[in-house]
Design a protein around this ligand. Structure first.
Ligand code: NI
Length: 133
C-alpha cells in the first residue's frame, strides 16, 4: 500500500499523550501509533454498526465452583453459532482460564461475554474484538 506523508499540528498536551502511547505500547515511532489509533477507531465504528467481527473471550474462574464449568459450557451451547473453539487451561490448583474464540455480530459477542462474566465464581472476563477486513 502507498504511504502518504502529511504534516500534523497538535496541542502540546495531545502530543505528550501521543508520545506516552508510543512509549507504553512500544511503537517504534509516532506514525505507527497513529496507524494503530486510526485502525482502532475504524474497528470501533464497525462494531457499533454491528459488522461481523472476530475475537476472544478470556475468562478466569474458580475451579472449586462445581457448577461453573457446566454453566459456561451451557452458555456456549446456547450461543454455538458464535463459538469457534474453546481452550481450557488448569491454571493452578484453584483457577481455570478459558479462552473462547468467537466470531459474529459485535452486539451478540458482547451479550455472550456479559453473560459469562456475570456467572458467580468468574474472577475476570475480557472480550477482545477485531474487525475482519
Ligand atoms: Ni480447569
Amino acid at each position: 500500500m502507498n504511504l502518504k506523508r502529511f504534516g500534523v499540528s497538535l496541542e502540546e498536551d495531545l502530543l505528550a499523550t501521543l508520545d506516552e502511547i508510543v512509549k507504553s505500547e512500544r511503537f517504534p515511532n509516532r506514525s505507527q501509533a497513529i496507524r494503530f489509533l486510526v485502525r482502532q477507531y475504524e474497528s470501533r465504528k464497525k462494531w457499533e454498526a454491528n459488522a461481523d467481527v472476530a475475537g476472544a473471550i478470556v475468562l478466569v474462574y474458580d475451579h472449586h465452583k462445581r457448577s461453573l464449568s457446566s454453566q459456561t459450557t451451557s452458555l456456549q451451547h446456547e450461543y454455538h453459532c458464535l463459538v469457534l473453539a474453546v481452550q481450557h487451561i488448569h491454571l493452578n490448583e484453584h483457577n481455570c482460564i478459558e479462552i473462547i474464540a468467537v466470531r459474529g455480530r459485535a452486539d451478540r459477542l458482547i451479550k455472550l461475554a456479559d453473560k459469562l462474566k456475570a456467572l458467580k465464581g468468574v474472577k475476570s472476563g475480557q472480550l477482545m474484538m477485531t474487525a475482519m477486513d
